[in-house]
Design a protein around this ligand. Structure first.
Ligand SMILES: [Zn+2]
Length: 172
């Protein structure tokens, strides 16, 4: 729903061509407002549904290609290399940070997160791809090859991907 929350400015612009008879004279009054636009919609998780259903069960799944054995995390219903239908495979949820960014804006889908926060690309044990998601640690402490694990929460969440996050594995 869109709401007019603040009128920022109202003014009249002159004809940029300076014509004596301005054909747009009735359309020169301009109002500028600030709008907030939020909406709710229905979205099918489709062939990815099992991944999110299992997050509710605190289990983490990838998919594996029966031809090349490559394990995709995030899951893909079809191996892009072989166009073969993949199979679900459960992973331990442990892995290592292979890249990361420190973000300074509040994510729209997760307003509970206070910036700055860490977006990590994690190579999960048993997976052949990187999984990008929020890493719950201080930006100062993140490093490449840092051991991390999937942690779960019970929600409610704005998007089911936030049923999980990454967190550091305590070392020692
Ligand atoms: Zn394959």
């Amino acid at each position: 729903m869109a709401n007019v929350t603040t009128k920022l400015k109202q003014f009249t612009v002159p004809d940029p061509l300076g014509r004596e008879s301005d054909p747009w004279v009735d359309f020169r009054e301009i109002e500028i407002v600030e709008l907030e636009w939020t909406f709710t919609y229905r979205h099918s998780l489709g062939k990815y549904s099992k991944f999110f259903i299992e997050l509710e069960n605190r289990r983490f799944f990838a998919t594996r290609c029966p031809v090349c054995s490559k394990a995709w995390a995030p899951p893909r219903p079809v191996c892009p290399n072989h166009l073969s239908i993949t199979e679900w495979v459960e992973l331990s949820g442990r892995g290592q940070v292979k890249s990361f960014s420190i973000l300074h804006h509040k994510p729209a889908s997760a307003p509970f997160i206070q910036p700055p926060y860490v977006l990590a690309y994690v190579k999960l044990d048993g997976a052949d791809t990187l999984f990008a998601h929020i890493l719950q640690c201080s930006p100062a402490s993140v490093r490449i090859d840092m051991p991390v694990k999937v942690v779960f929460n019970d929600g409610p969440v704005a998007h089911p991907i936030h049923l999980m996050a990454f967190a550091p594995v305590e070392e020692g």
